[in-house]
Design a protein around this ligand. Structure first.
Ligand SMILES: NC(=O)c1ccc[n+]([C@@H]2O[C@H](COP(=O)([O-])OP(=O)(O)OC[C@H]3O[C@@H](n4cnc5c(N)ncnc54)[C@H](OP(=O)(O)O)[C@@H]3O)[C@@H](O)[C@H]2O)c1
Length: 367
């Protein structure tokens, strides 16, 4: 069967390759689930893997099949699979367990192992192919009514984890009623974060560089959030009027913005850091002041990566909630469709060059 892969370590090596058809028997214990891949989203990680910034092939292979944002349909299940049946729509989680205690209790996204396993990213093939097989533990059922937007499940799971963990951490305050929130960045992660925070009834300001009106600014406004261009007002200026913020969710890819975010956080506030910053930039910051305000104002910041099935399951609920409150909004994020696996060069071109794209995705087969 067809698959789209890179040669890790070699820039711009995206190519078409072939893999043997997987079987439900590939998973031990009669727990295999064979899934036909319907749609796969791509993001900055796929771009960076193709630029040879990271990514590793599975043992025994020279290539890595990319694609970690999956949506598919079950075609066959092993004899010991319950809860999934042929015809069900599913999204797959990305991490697979290693050896640490966290891995053993299903929190593989919190692994303390040095080596981690991620489908389509590190040491495991991804989903830009025709069929995949997996254990049901890693497949989350998506209701048929959400099939048109099911490909958003993976990026949404990253957002859900960040927000859930922020609330978990803030239980330290016994009473915490966040009101004003800021989202840094209006890419797919920033927009989905704005959505989830609005669904929780919070006041949301989204900061991004590009001046409005754009599709992204209109998406922000359509859910009752505010869009601020940092070309028109600096973060600090805008925060004086609209902040300080009880929650800041940073998703720009810029460490500079991450540090600036520390300065616009309210007393008792929490900063969620998600940007994967692969560079080696240094920065001058008002370190004493930032440190002092964190100490005297009991502020928190934490990093978060990836997600486990708990956050995918929450994502299903929020997609359904979003469809009832803002019908059609999520599908507006699906800006750049690519038809079939053969057009992988165009997929990479749009991912790299189309600055207006929110989500580039491949329709692997019609559904
Ligand atoms: N932790 C995890 O598990 C995880 C998972 C997925 C993604 N991520 C990270 O999340 C981040 C966002 O992902 P994405 O797919 O949404 O990215 P994206 O599509 O590249 O969007 C980034 C957004 O940030 C804005 N931005 C960039 N630099 C800025 C600056 N200096 N000031 C203000 N706004 C700025 C961009 O604004 P303009 O478009 O206006 O320029 C854009 O709206 C990335 O860093 C990615 O690595 C993390």
């Amino acid at each position: 069967m067809k698959a789209i892969a890179v040669l890790p370590g070699k820039p711009n090596s995206v190519h078409r390759t072939d893999l043997p058809m997987p079987s439900v028997r590939d998973v031990p214990g009669g727990r295999g689930v064979l899934v036909e891949v319907l749609r796969v989203g791509v993001d900055g990680t796929d771009k960076e893997i193709n630029a040879a910034e990271y990514g590793a092939a599975p043992p025994g292979y020279e290539f890595l099949v990319i694609g970690h944002e999956s949506f598919g349909r079950v075609v066959e299940v092993g004899p010991n699979v319950t809860g999934l049946k042929p015809g069900d729509f599913v999204a797959a989680t990305v991490r697979r367990p290693g050896k640490s205690l966290y891995d053993q209790i299903g929190h593989y996204d919190m692994t303390t192992d040095d080596t981690y396993y991620e489908r389509g990213i590190n040491l495991l093939h991804g989903f830009l192919t025709e069929h995949v097989v997996d254990d049901p533990e890693y497949l989350v059922k998506v209701p048929a009514g959400l099939k048109g937007i099911g490909v958003l499940m993976e990026p949404l799971s990253v957002v859900e984890k960040g927000i859930v963990q922020a609330y978990e951490i803030q239980r330290r305050l016994r009473l915490w009623r966040p009101r004003r929130t800021a989202v840094m960045g209006s890419g797919a992660i920033g927009l989905l974060t704005a959505l989830v925070l609005r669904l929780r009834g919070l006041d949301v300001t989204v900061f991004s560089r590009t001046r409005p009106p754009t599709l992204k600014s209109s998406l922000v406004e359509a859910i009752g959030a505010r869009y601020v261009s940092t070309e028109e007002a600096s973060l600090h200026e805008a925060a004086r009027e609209l902040g300080p913020f009880d929650i800041v969710f940073e998703a720009t890819g810029s460490a500079r913005v991450a540090f600036q975010s520390m300065e616009v956080l309210n007393k008792n506030g929490i900063l969620i850091l998600t940007s994967i910053t692969g560079g080696r930039k240094s920065l001058e910051i008002p370190a004493d002041d930032i440190n002092l305000r964190f100490v005297l104002d009991n502020k928190v910041m934490f990093g978060t990566v990836n997600a486990n099935r708990e956050y995918f399951e929450l994502g299903v609920k929020d997609l359904a909630h979003a469809e009832s409150e803002h019908p059609g909004w999520c599908s507006r994020l699906l800006t750049n469709p690519i038809q079939g696996l053969e057009d992988y060069r165009e997929m990479m071109r749009q991912l790299t060059e189309d600055k207006r794209a929110v989500k580039v995705y491949v329709d692997v087969r019609p559904f």
